[in-house]
Write a protein that binds this ligand. Structure first.
Ligand code: CMC
Length: 385
């Protein structure tokens, strides 16, 4: 941090420590201090135990946990809106298979926006934004699964209205009806990924709509931001770490080398949580359960010493992306879909923030401290070298 008397503010690299918004959506200070997370006043540990992704999404979008009737109506609206336009499926068939899945998702959400019946509603229309957000939550999962099927050389599957949001995604992505424990673990990961205050992608979404642009533009900006390996892309990178280590016997050697060469270890560290990410603690238990269920404990045996040593030696505890990498592997999901899964959960949080921003907007327009040359006369072009 440094100050500059000629600027009306203070320079904080990476905006670290800057409070740019008020929000009633997520509290990271909570009751315990560092390592806490609450959605609209409910502790994440409580939500993880008691609510489904549908209930969490309702809480984020509508401000309160639903009662049984409200949940049934919300769930039925989501189930009835899962279909994506046939034009999008046609387009997905023509996108090169080498394209990054997050780039494809960015395109998919843009295409979906063109078919939204309220696409031209005024951007500050709260009720229309909530309806659009529900469509986005319902359709993003279908778009991600359709691309996965096409990559596997198979036809996209129609959504199954008898399945929950989590169960239906796993079915559409893998072609198999998931077990109850797989569905529960996947649903839990969606609850935990659904929202996280002003992370980079949510901030990007809020900046975008602070110009009074529309909800889809905010979501597309957020998808592009989430893609990076310092943010959502870390869950795919965390899996690559496990594969690179390869065997439990190699873990110790790999860790010492990574620490000695100051390697950035994906899935560890956090800008806000310095003593631990509660989401990682919750999911770790489920990694073990699913590893036992499929009878494959190699990855737990590799992950355990890495987690222990990086936490002990670097004081960097694992973040949410560390356990989800293993969790999604146990579900039979391909690595390229890990970050899109983060996105299909986070659309609920992004939408809640976009709506909150548009409900009480102020254009986000910070300043930069100029560090380039000064007072340069413009030479005629013949004299320029
Ligand atoms: N591995 C090794 N060193 C690390 C790591 C890591 N994962 N994270 C931070 N450090 C070191 C870093 O090298 C630096 O050391 P030094 O002061 O000696 O140069 C110090 O810690 C501070 O790092 P920073 O990058 O300035 O800290 P930050 O608060 O900006 O970092 C972070 C936050 C998430 C970008 C970083 O911890 C990181 O790159 N982690 C790996 C990527 C990752 O897992 N991202 C997912 C974040 S949580 C879910 C999400 O939002 O997507």
């Amino acid at each position: 941090m440094s100050t500059d008397s000629e600027l009306p503010g203070t320079y904080y690299p990476g905006l670290e420590g800057v409070i740019s918004n008020e929000t009633a959506i997520t509290n990271l200070e909570g009751r315990k201090g560092d390592g806490d997370l609450e959605y609209r006043g409910y502790r994440i540990e409580d939500l993880a135990e008691h609510v489904s992704y549908e209930e969490a999404a309702y809480l984020l979008l509508h401000g309160e946990l639903p009662n049984a009737g409200q949940l049934a109506e919300f769930d039925s609206r989501l189930r009835s809106q899962r279909q994506i336009p046939g034009e999008l499926i046609d387009l997905l068939r023509h996108i090169p298979r080498e394209a990054h899945s997050m780039d494809v998702l960015r395109t998919s959400l843009s295409v979906i926006s063109h078919f939204d019946p309220e696409v031209n509603a005024i951007s500050t229309d709260h009720a229309a934004n909530v309806r659009k957000a529900e469509r986005i939550v319902a359709k993003t999962a279908t778009a991600v699964a359709a691309r996965e099927r096409l990559l596997a050389g198979q036809e996209p599957l129609a959504p199954d209205a008898s399945l929950s949001h989590a169960g239906n995604f796993l079915y559409m992505a893998t072609g198999k009806k998931p077990s109850a424990s797989m569905t529960r673990a996947f649903d839990l990961s969606l609850v935990l990924y659904a929202e996280h205050e002003l992370n980079a992608s949510t901030f990007a979404a809020r900046v975008t709509v602070s110009t009074l642009s529309d909800i889809y533009s905010g979501i597309v900006a957020a998808v592009g931001t989430l893609k990076g390996p310092l943010h959502g892309g870390a869950n795919e990178e965390a899996w690559k770490v496990l594969v690179e280590v390869g065997s439990p016997d190699n873990a110790e050697h790999w860790i010492q080398d990574a620490l000695a060469t100051k390697k950035r270890i994906m899935g560890f560290g956090h800008r806000v949580y310095k003593t631990g990410d509660p989401r990682a603690r919750i999911l770790k238990v489920w990694c073990r359960k699913l590893a036992d269920e499929i009878g494959e404990d190699k990855w737990e045996k590799i992950a355990e010493p890495i987690e222990r040593e990086v936490t002990a030696q670097k004081k960097l505890p694992p973040n949410v992306d560390w356990p989800t990498a293993r969790l999604y592997h146990y579900m039979g999901l391909e690595t390229d879909v890990y970050t899109p899964i983060f996105a299909l959960a986070r659309v609920a949080g992004w939408s809640a923030h976009i709506i909150e921003q548009l409900d009480s907007n102020r254009l986000m327009r910070p300043r930069a401290r100029y560090t380039g040359p000064a007072n340069r006369p413009v030479k005629p072009i013949q004299e320029r070298r």
